[in-house]
Design a protein around this ligand. Structure first.
Ligand SMILES: [Zn+2]
Ligand SMILES: [Zn+2]
Length: 49
């Protein structure tokens, strides 16, 4: 199957889809992925609180 689009962001608390070519949806998640936050603050609607 093609490797694209349907991969979840690698941030443990993020519900977004990762960007094509990235393991994360945003630079926020890239920076915070090592931190086991209980919530994601990437700003995308899927993670709005
Ligand atoms: Zn998120
Ligand atoms: Zn994310």
């Amino acid at each position: 199957m093609p490797a694209q689009q349907n991969k979840k962001c690698a941030h443990p608390a993020c519900h977004c889809q990762a960007r094509p070519g990235s393991d994360y949806c945003s630079t926020y998640c890239e920076g915070e992925a090592k931190t086991a936050d209980i919530q994601c603050n990437c700003g995308h609607p899927a993670c709005a609180h």
